[in-house]
Design a protein. Structure first.
Length: 433
């Protein structure tokens, strides 16, 4: 977007420096372009965790954390979740506009026809222990895909980038379902092109060769909406990982595997599994107060999983939609009195009345309710982050593609504030005390 007046810095010694353009986007905070700062002032900025640092220009997703707004290519998440399916949102994130009927049919067909994986990949699973965490399997097998597609790893070739995008969006659910089947000792269920993307995934997850899988459209719609809610989210940790890996020219399969690895952390996409484990540990509403106090005690090392967010300082729209989905799914399954759901709502109520959480603007995030609804659908806790990963694959790819085609993009190479030893000479070991 257009440049504004330039900014400069004044330093404690009275000197001033820099001539930094102030950039404005469509909406949201302006950015001070400090790329010339080291050259002009001999100083670098210091921003661990990137609290005040924009790493790129992007036109994909926008979050207003204070207002609790989330837009994919300008469309509010609430409207997309209500009116679109996940592959429609994939198309939007990748190409910038919602598809018409013909474009959607062509896109859906192309994705569905790439859901099978090379049969050799089945052998990868045999090397894992049966009790391997499905995320460990997913990181390994998605990264291994690059060993099967030497025909499309030329990043300068748009058609290679394009086919890799389809392959990753289509095959990640297949690999996630295979990871689950392997851990429970059931045979892999091959994808069926006669089903929708999400129904296909549910059949690969829950189907068995011994009987016809019965699709429950209410649950399919609910899981499809969960995919939409997780599809992209600006420059979060895993997306930034994908961009950084991609900035070196690494192939897209390796970059997405890096994003999956980062997402696994409990501070990020692993929070949904950690949240359900926490709810199961709390066990009863009578113990909520004890855990709220633990979460407020810095020395406890305990945090309320599924609460808080770097950007949202209001009740985030995904958590609201996820809670609604909870009600729908539990109602469909006759589990309205689900113990953990009631516990979660009571935990939320008490936390949101507590000054500690109110002062820090800590609200439930997307991970707070997603575990409850997935568990009710029969998805085990250790598969929640795999579901998050397969849904976020399209966002990672859209961001990776945007980075590759950004004329300003360079290899990511942050600087540091060095606090180690100044230069000193080695003393021979015979003379060391
Ligand atoms: C995701 O970035 C994204 O967009 C991510 C994501 C996406 O879609 O990609 O939205 C997905 O990762 C959601 C977040 C899932 N993580 C969790 O639910 C884990 C629990 N939450 C926290 O660990 C934490 O809130 C983070 C990591 C989410 C955000 O951390 P920040 O922004 O670095 O905030 P902070 O750690 O500096 O906390 C600020 C204060 C601190 O207290 P003070 O030092 O000011 O006294 O709030 C406290 C923290 O101790 N705090 C919490 C808390 N989260 C923050 N205290 C108790 N429980 C919590 N959950």
């Amino acid at each position: 977007m257009g440049k504004q007046k330039n900014a400069s810095l004044s330093f404690p010694d009275g000197s001033t420096g820099g001539n930094f353009p102030v950039l404005s986007g469509t909406v949201g905070p302006q950015a001070v372009d400090i790329r010339s700062m080291l050259a002009e002032t001999g100083k670098v900025t210091y921003d661990p965790g990137f609290l005040s640092t924009a790493s790129c220009r992007s036109s994909i997703t926008y979050i207003d954390g204070d207002k609790g707004v989330l837009l994919y290519r300008g469309y509010p998440i609430e409207q997309l979740a209500a009116q679109c399916d996940y592959l429609e949102v994939c198309y939007l994130l990748l190409f910038g506009e919602l598809p018409n009927k013909e474009q959607k049919l062509e896109f859906d067909t192309k994705v569905i026809r790439h859901t099978m994986v090379h049969d050799q990949i089945n052998n990868f699973f045999r090397g894992f222990r049966r009790d391997a965490h499905p995320m460990a399997v997913l990181v390994g097998t998605v990264g291994a895909l690059s060993a099967f597609y030497h025909d499309s790893l030329d990043l300068d070739n748009p058609s290679h980038r394009d086919i890799s995008a389809y392959r990753l969006i289509a095959k990640t659910p297949t690999l996630a379902a295979m990871a689950y089947k392997y851990t429970i000792g059931q045979p892999f269920v091959y994808p069926s092109n006669s089903l929708s993307y999400t129904a296909n995934f549910m059949r690969m997850l829950f189907g068995v060769p011994a009987e016809e899988y019965q699709v429950n459209e209410v649950l399919v719609r609910a899981l499809d909406r969960i995919f939409i809610l997780h599809a992209d989210h600006e420059q979060n940790a895993s997306t930034s990982t994908v961009r950084l890996a991609g900035s070196s020219g690494a192939n897209p399969f390796a970059c997405i595997a890096a994003g999956i690895a980062c997402l696994w952390g409990p501070a990020h996409g692993g929070a949904n599994e950690a949240c359900l484990d926490m709810l199961e540990e709390i066990g009863d509403v009578s113990r909520v107060g004890e855990y709220i106090e633990k979460a407020k005690d810095k020395d406890s090392g305990f945090r309320l999983m599924g609460f808080g967010h770097r950007v949202y300082k209001n009740y985030e729209p995904r958590a609201i939609l996820m809670r609604e989905t909870c009600h729908e799914v539990l109602g469909e399954l006759g589990l309205e009195n689900d113990r953990l759901f009631k516990l979660a709502m009571e935990l939320e109520r008490i936390a949101l009345e507590d000054d500690y959480f109110v002062e820090r603007k800590l609200y439930p995030n997307v991970d707070f309710y997603s575990g409850i609804v997935q568990r009710a659908m029969g998805i085990p806790n250790n598969m929640f982050t795999c579901i998050f990963a397969l849904a976020r694959t399209v966002g990672w790819i859209a961001q990776w593609q945007e980075m590759i085609s950004d004329p300003e993009q360079k290899i990511g190479r942050p600087r540091q504030l060095y606090t180690g030893q100044a230069k000193r000479d080695v003393v021979p070991i015979s003379q060391r005390g």
